[in-house]
Design a protein around this ligand. Structure first.
Ligand code: FAD
Ligand code: FES
Length: 277
């Protein structure tokens, strides 16, 4: 449990300038800014980014450095994310955070499973594992080759440090189909110490079912509607948990406890339970 003073500082809105940006794919851009508090974030934590005059949105931290540099990778989807994509270097954004818990780095043989922008926090986690001389297996997928995020950076690590299993739904890169398809065989053939997943919730649910069958522990980062990010408003609730403060990372044991909602439903802006998209 975080101390109140710690939360108060993290929850203070800070104005920060974008110091660099790059296109990761036709729809995803990475934005870098300097922020001392978020620079100390751990893999799995998120921040709230305020796009002045538009909205404030939750984003996973893709990288955080000791010198305060912080990166987020954002898909242009709706009003806030499209407005953010129009920002240039030197323009201001507002930052609160870091919030939430983090992935626990367990064992010496981790397996990452990422889809879409869910790959972002797993990149941060992979760098942390590598800094402890732990190599990883990284299963990742997207609809097309262009949308397969961080492919270049992952390939640069080298196969000995990061073993890659790529898949695309249209077959333009790696295996054809969903990234969960090769998993069943992998989990049957090899023993992994822990599986880490982030991406669309249907993907996470499939990974959960496979890890339950093979008896491997899992940690998954979930997304829900977030407003306050500090456990007050209740908009991110899943079962007895608030994703912003009890999560966003949940263990296999916790996912079992919320199986009536996990992969099935979420809360809308009025707090009503609605089916997942
Ligand atoms: C913990 C967490 C980490 C996330 N990390 C990333 C990331 O690294 N990169 C990334 O591109 N996206 C991430 N998202 C999703 C991102 O917050 C939404 O895409 C964004 O809020 C959409 O806002 P919009 O105005 O552009 O689109 P809208 O048209 O308003 O919404 C598009 C969809 O995004 C979701 N959404 C909208 N507002 C919120 C909100 N306040 N909280 C949560 N979901 C919302 C809803 O499902 C909605 O249907 C994360 C969400 C959470 C909860
Ligand atoms: S976002 Fe308000 S309680 Fe989680």
């Amino acid at each position: 449990m975080k101390s109140l003073a710690c939360h108060t500082a993290a929850n203070q809105l800070r104005t920060r300038l974008i110091i660099s940006l790059r296109a990761e794919s036709p729809t995803v851009k990475t934005f870098v800014f300097k922020d001392e508090l978020c620079g100390g974030a751990k893999p799995g934590q998120f921040l709230m980014l305020w796009i002045p005059g538009v909205d404030e949105i939750p984003l996973s931290i893709m990288d955080a450095r000791d010198d305060g540099r912080v990166a987020v990778s954002v898909k242009a989807l709706g009003e806030a994310t499209v407005a953010l994509h129009q920002k240039r270097v030197g323009e201001p954004v507002g930052v609160r955070g870091p919030f939430g818990n983090c992935f626990m780095l367990n064992g010496r043989k981790p397996l990452m499973v990422g889809g879409g922008t869910g790959i972002a926090p797993l990149m941060f986690l992979t760098r942390r594992f590598l800094s402890r001389a732990v190599s990883t297996t990284f299963v990742f997928g997207a609809k097309t080759r262009d949308e397969l995020l961080f492919r270049g950076e992952l390939e640069k690590f080298g196969a000995k440090r990061v073993r890659l299993v790529k898949s695309t739904e249209d077959g333009s890169c790696g295996l054809t189909g969903l990234c969960t398809e090769p998993l069943e065989q992998m989990l049957a053939r090899e023993r992994f110490d822990e599986v880490y997943a982030c991406g669309p919730e249907q993907m996470i649910l499939k990974v959960f079912e496979l890890t339950e069958q093979s008896g491997v522990q899992m940690q998954a980062s979930l997304e829900r509607l977030m407003r306050c990010a500090i456990g007050l408003c209740g908009s991110c609730v899943i079962g007895k948990y608030r994703v912003c403060s009890d999560g966003p990372v949940f263990t296999s044991k916790q996912l079992r406890q919320v199986k009536n909602e996990f992969g099935l439903s979420k809360r809308d802006r009025c707090g009503k339970r609605v089916p997942l998209d």
